[in-house]
Design a protein around this ligand. Structure first.
Ligand code: ADP
Ligand code: ZN
Ligand code: ZN
Length: 728
């Protein structure tokens, strides 16, 4: 009997394995098909996917006892050639087979979603026109001119009678065809200007176009990277190749999308997280049917079923959103490289502030560095000024704004230009505490202090819990409750007081909860209906407006003080990116950076637009502290509602793991210790951090060791394993 290896789609299945089933005599089965199989003692009907056939199936069973597949869905959801990439993802990121399959197919398929069908009308014979009379001839001509565009009710809406339409069909002049109706269509965008590439841009295109491989396109802010992408894609299209452009956050990059739509029109799909399951399902099929040649999307767009994918562009490659935080915890940049190495294509990682890891690889010649050193428009990079906020304090200025920034804001308003004020913290003030006893308002389910918002509420930015701020301290009943720290709401309030005439907008997660809100603000700013835009990191990228001449970075230290080995890198990137919004037209841009640590090299190098200088300093620290790119980090987070059990068990596993690791002399274990945020939603959190030179084999054996140790407590304690996480 022929056999198939099946991955069962059932969340509660504790084991991650391929099950063997017999293939019924007349069934013609392919890899990637969805099947129904009997499972367990009761022979429950479950769904699964075919991942191996016949000779490749590991026949653990006596074939006589093998159960048979019930039925198969004829569609093929992934192909044999995808299996090796799927397996690599599974191993590299320690995921299950099922998790990896879920990457490859839209969720709708697992929910049994079907194509929406449309009963479209077509004419049959053109000779018919000659002898048809009114009203039939009018109906006939209408359908003849728009084949497949109308269904019966469309014609009724146009004023024709349903019985006349039916008569034409009955007599064979027209036919109804049941066709797939796609739920999502990219609307067209007319307003597009063709640009001629400048010399640097052209040279970049030539280098990348010449041969396959991985490239790091390091182009300063405003150097015109988008035009380079579009030209590369255009050339690929001519050779019949498909392309994917990954963006960190689709909803925050409307300008880029407008340009792509303008240039490529209907050949594009925009594959973002706000699509419904139905829309995703349709787009996935549109790609597979070859109706789409270019996808722009978040990291999940990488798995769209293109036939001839030859280029993946990763814009703002330094952004952390390319790493998934759900299993498989894959890094889209790494997976893109794996795919393009297999397909013989190109990966273009692009940024004004490349990640230290990517730049290190460029230096080591593991990828090819291509640079754009000048802005594409007449403008130069903005003039940067660093203000030491300690001196402001000493000289009696206790406000959020330094005198230098105040003066420049007044000037910009005077000249009727625009400005952006950046503070990476939403809410009104950071935390609230009692001055009498020191009590700090904390979330009752998480171990973090709650943020005060100006509607007099306290909000937990971890779990969203919300309560009203009481008038007296819950601990000592004193009335001396005080707010500390500054968020964007406080900045907005201060600005409105200082400049009552100015048009002010605040853009952060609180003001953009609704889909249209961001778009509205963006349009307002674009139409100069706003003088001052205040915002969090949402405003740090993508905005390309000619009249922005001033950027104020209110607290550059926020990201510096994070206990994370990437804190300097994050700070340098944020300052450079936000500053890059200024002076993009022909007017000169200025940037004021307010900080308590003006001497920090991340601040100093950002001030002088010195990426190289920053990198040289940073890489030495990475090496000295054995951090990536010199090592890999294997992060284990253990969570449980039982604090005592968790602590005891994790300490015990830690001891045993340390012992086990003796056979790997390059791997060190830090911890166990409580996580930075030691409780989220009533779940306590402990961690272990392993650093070293992991191979897939050592990674796998450590995973098995830990999971084995957890067997006795697998219901009470959960473990999450991550390779090179964004943060710890
Ligand atoms: P980046 O992504 O590198 O920051 P953009 O691609 O947004 O830069 O380009 C910055 C600005 O320069 C945009 O307004 C863009 O239209 C313009 N631009 C790009 N290339 C050219 C060119 N060759 N000629 C004229 N303007 C250009
Ligand atoms: Zn108190
Ligand atoms: Zn909370």
């Amino acid at each position: 009997m022929r056999a198939a290896g099946i991955i069962i789609n059932h969340e509660a299945l504790a084991t991650d394995r391929i099950y063997t089933y017999g293939i019924p005599e007349k069934m013609n089965l392919k890899i990637g098909q969805k099947v129904r199989v009997p499972f367990g003692l009761g022979n429950r009907k479950l769904e699964g996917f075919v991942v191996a056939l016949n000779d490749d199936v590991d026949l653990a069973y006596d074939t006589m006892k093998m159960k048979e597949i019930f039925s198969a869905d004829p569609e093929v959801y992934f192909e044999e050639k995808d299996l090796s990439i799927m397996d690599e993802i599974r191993k590299s990121y320690m995921a299950t087979y099922l998790d990896v399959i879920k990457l490859m197919i839209p969720r709708g398929i697992l929910q049994g979603m079907k194509h929406k069908m449309s009963e479209n009308l077509y004419t049959i014979s053109t000779l018919a026109q000659k002898h048809l009379k009114s009203p039939y001839i009018e109906i006939y001509n209408e359908v003849d001119q728009h084949p497949g565009k109308f269904i019966k009710s469309d014609l009724v809406r146009k004023g024709f009678s349903l019985s006349s339409v039916n008569t034409l069909i009955r007599h064979g002049y027209m036919a109804v065809l049941s066709e797939k109706d796609y739920r999502y269509n990219v609307e067209e965008y007319e307003n597009y200007e063709e640009r001629t590439l400048n010399e640097e841009q052209r040279a970049a295109v030539e280098t990348i176009d010449k041969k396959e491989g991985t490239y790091l396109l390091h182009g300063i802010t405003g150097s015109g990277k988008t035009e380079v992408f579009m030209e590369l894609i255009r050339r690929g299209l001519q050779r019949g190749e498909d392309a994917i452009v990954l963006l960190p956050e689709i909803s925050l990059t409307p300008q880029m999308i407008e340009r792509f739509k303008g240039r490529f029109g209907k050949e594009i799909t925009i594959f973002h997280s706000r699509l419904s399951d139905g829309e995703r399902y349709d787009e996935w099929h549109r790609v597979r049917a070859g109706k789409v040649k270019i996808a722009i999307g978040a990291r999940s767009a990488l798995f769209l079923p293109f036939k001839n994918l030859k280029m993946v562009i990763v814009d703002e490659e330094h952004e952390t959103t390319y790493k998934s935080e759900m299993s498989p915890k894959y890094n889209a940049k790494e997976v893109a490289r794996l795919m393009m190495e297999k397909n013989g294509g190109r990966v273009v990682l692009a940024s004004a502030t490349p990640s230290v890891e990517s730049y290190y690889q460029a230096k080591a010649k593991k990828l090819t560095l291509v640079s754009l050193t000048r802005r594409a428009t007449a403008g130069e990079l903005p003039k940067m000024e660093v203000v030491d906020m300690r001196e402001e304090l000493l000289s009696g200025n206790r406000t959020i704004f330094s005198r230098a920034l105040m003066k420049k804001m007044e000037e910009v308003l005077e000249r009727k230009e625009q400005m952006i004020l950046f503070l990476n913290r939403r809410g009104f003030s950071t935390f609230v505490s009692c001055r009498s006893c020191g009590y700090v308002f904390k979330c009752s389910s998480c171990d973090i202090s709650m943020t005060y918002h100006k509607d007099n509420s306290l909000i937990c930015h971890q779990c969203g819990a919300r309560k009203y701020l009481p008038k007296t301290c819950p601990s000592c009943q004193s009335k001396y409750i005080k707010q500390f720290g500054t968020g964007t709401e406080k900045v907005e309030e201060a600005i409105r007081k200082m400049f009552p005439e100015a048009k002010v907008m605040r853009m952060d997660r609180d003001t953009t909860k609704h889909k249209a809100a961001y778009e509205n603000m963006y349009q307002n700013f674009k139409n100069n209906d706003c003088d001052i835009l205040i915002g969090t990191q949402m405003i740090s990228k993508g905005l390309d407006f000619k009249d922005v001449t001033l950027v104020g970075i209110l607290a550059a230290d926020l990201s510096l003080n994070l206990p994370d080995f990437r804190s300097s890198e994050k700070t340098f990137q944020l300052i450079t990116q936000v500053a890059g919004r200024a002076g993009r037209g022909d007017k000169k841009g200025e940037v004021v950076i307010q900080t308590y640590s003006p001497e920090h090299f991340a601040v100093e190098c950002a001030k002088t637009h010195d990426y190289e200088g920053f990198y040289e300093r940073e890489i030495l620290m990475r090496e000295a502290l054995k951090n990536p790119p010199f090592t890999k980090i294997f992060h284990m987070v253990f969570t449980s509602e039982d604090e005592k059990l968790l602590r005891e068990k994790v300490m015990e596993i830690g001891d045993r793991l340390r012992n086990y690791l003796k056979k790997y002399d390059t791997i060190i274990l830090l911890g166990p210790s409580p996580c930075m945020i030691s409780k989220i939603k009533n779940s306590y959190r402990w961690q272990m951090i392993l650093k070293g030179d992991f191979s897939l084999d050592s990674q796998e054996s450590i995973r098995l060791f830990v999971q084995n140790e957890m067997k006795s407590v697998y219901k009470a304690i959960k473990v999450s394993l991550d390779i090179n996480p964004n943060s710890m």
